[in-house]
Ligand binder design. Structure first.
Ligand code: SIN
Length: 555
């Protein structure tokens, strides 16, 4: 099962490695550091600069049972509740038990977390957590600090990195195993244009796909490249319908597009209140944790209240923090608000939900192995089973860390498979490219028809409109030339189609998937994962699998 690839020139150059890691967030760089430490020749390929991925934008922090009285078991309980019946419990158990030591190793790598006056790690709360469990850095600049420390470590270890490189397709050997990737590098000199990194182990750590919607907290690089590559390579993806909409994104106007400023859940964790257009605190009485209910519940409550009041946004009120606390604890958010003319010290902050995190992704087992031999995935691009239908706040950096270490351990233990004969050119049917102008059409279709609130009618409209874009591109006169923009747009269309097909198939409301026409959770029928692969003619095939069968059991 393989055989679709992007229309691209044949590789004009090649480099060799034992492991090629695609992506440079917490998952990618941790994989690279651990693989290098295990003696594996490692190359990191990243789309922009090493520190330009989603990790840098993470504000709130990294969740782990590090505080007095907290235990992995309590972290497990909160994660399972947030995941709304679809978490894979063995995967969550690994996450929460291996998490604390993985965070300590991250600190040993150089990441400096905020401390209390007693020198203990300072922990905050976020939605769905019954305890203070979130370690943070620089107040609300946790991702930036983690990224800084990992980038410095990668440079200090002399790990080879290729920046400004868009990965195109998976290379396979004659046994059908991963044997590297093709990529396009915007550079100068020997390695620019389309080339190949030949390696018997390929690790996808490409992050998310938030750019499939008009407004998102994700940076511009988050165009679903890893999921699209995996689908073309014949891998299975799962749970793509569970797109998490962050409840509190700074509202910059109804037509705001692209990356929007996040207002961390940690602001609510420290006591901020959500209020409606009349100043009423509407989360009270909706959930025992009020503003700190799991994220899907808060996002839905905000959306409902906006509809009831005909309002474009709600407000987050943290004026009672005072200037000093705002400056010390949330300097990044304070600066972002002020840059947009809002002073949280004196004004409630206008907020609305925006696309934030893909809870699903490329399906893996507990060692990060996908259904294509030699192809691994970790971080947001992966679906390890830990998030279920709704990721618990600040579990994502932890997942990236823990599963990166598990992948490196698997490679160190078994070694990359080297027996097949590698090819340098990607094989398979060539996919017609989508013109870059279609990007905004895709984003608007997805926002309008497959956003926070969905129905069979809206999702059918989405699939039809996306199919029309695809059909249009099949017409030779509209086919786009190879280039970064058309490759990215083609990836966006691919993941949008699979996401919409999955959301249409799931006829219930669960976690962050909200169906107006199926408003209830239906455990009998739908306590199952949706698993998707592409047919040779590029159509998504959706099947269901029970949670007990997930992830695939591998030795
Ligand atoms: C936030 O700071 O609210 C984001 C945390 C997360 O997405 O886990």
């Amino acid at each position: 099962m393989t055989g679709i690839r992007l229309h691209a020139p044949e590789p004009g150059w090649a480099v060799d490695a034992d492991v090629v890691v695609i992506g440079s967030g917490v998952a990618g760089l941790t994989t690279a550091l651990r693989c290098e430490a295990a003696g594996l020749r490692t190359v990191v390929v990243t789309k922009a600069n090493l520190d330009d991925g989603s990790t840098r934008w993470a504000q709130g922090g990294i969740a782990a049972a590090l505080g007095e009285g907290d235990t992995p078991e309590q972290h497990l309980d909160d994660t399972l509740v947030a995941g709304a019946g679809l978490c894979d419990e063995p995967a969550v158990r690994l996450l929460v038990t291996e998490g604390p030591d993985a965070v300590r190793r991250l600190m040993a790598t150089g990441a400096a977390f905020d401390r209390t006056s007693d020198g203990e790690i300072s922990l905050t709360r976020e939605g769905g957590h019954h305890r203070r469990r979130i370690a943070h850095a620089g107040g609300d600049a946790t991702g930036a600090e983690i990224s800084r420390a990992l980038v410095e470590a990668v440079r200090a270890r002399g790990i080879r990195t290729v920046e400004h490189a868009l990965v195109l397709d998976l290379l396979k050997d004659d046994e059908g195993r991963a044997s590297g990737v093709t990529l396009h590098v915007m550079g100068e000199g020997q390695h620019d244009g389309v080339g190949a990194v030949r390696a018997p182990a390929v690790v996808l750590a490409t992050g998310g796909m938030g750019q499939v919607f008009s407004a998102t907290t994700n940076p511009p690089v988050s165009t679903g490249d890893g999921v699209a590559l995996a689908l073309r390579a014949g891998a299975e993806v799962s749970d793509l319908e569970f797109v998490q909409f962050h409840p509190t994104v700074l509202f910059l106007g109804a037509g705001a597009e692209g990356q929007q400023p996040l207002v961390s859940e940690a602001v609510r964790g420290e006591g901020a209140h959500l209020v409606d257009a009349d100043g009423v605190r509407f989360m009270l009485g909706q959930h025992e944790l009020a503003e700190l209910a799991p994220r899907d519940i808060v996002a839905k409550a905000i959306t409902r209240r906006m509809r009831e009041q005909g309002a474009e946004h709600m407000y987050l009120d943290a004026r009672h923090f005072g200037a000093e606390m705002w400056e010390q604890r949330f300097p990044t958010i304070l600066a972002a608000c002020r840059a947009h003319g809002i002073d949280p010290v004196t004004d409630p902050i206008p907020v609305a939900p925006a696309a934030h995190y893909a809870s699903g992704g490329v399906r893996t087992d507990l060692r990060g192995r996908t259904t294509v031999p030699g192809l691994y995935a970790c971080g947001e691009v992966a679906c390890t089973g830990v998030h279920g239908a709704n990721r618990l706040a600040s579990n994502s950096l932890l997942e990236g860390l823990v599963f990166a270490e598990r992948i490196a351990a698997d490679l160190a233990e078994h070694g990359p498979h080297r027996e097949g004969v590698a090819r340098t050119g990607a094989a398979g049917a060539v996919l017609t490219l989508i013109a870059p102008e279609a990007r905004r059409d895709i984003q608007r279709i997805m926002t309008r028809y497959a956003g926070v609130l969905r129905s069979a009618a809206s999702l059918t409209a989405a699939t039809d409109a996306l199919e029309a874009l695809r059909q249009g591109a099949e017409d030779d006169r509209k086919a786009a030339e190879p280039g970064v923009d058309s490759w990215e747009t083609t990836n966006l269309l691919c993941v949008a189609r699979v996401l919409a097909a999955s959301a249409l198939a799931r006829e219930e409301t669960r976690g962050c998937h909200w169906r107006e026409d199926h408003p209830d959770r239906d455990d009998e029928r739908w306590r199952r994962h949706l698993v998707v692969h592409l047919t040779p003619d590029r159509s998504p095939v959706v099947r269901t699998t029970g949670t007990a069968d997930f992830p695939p059991v591998t030795p």
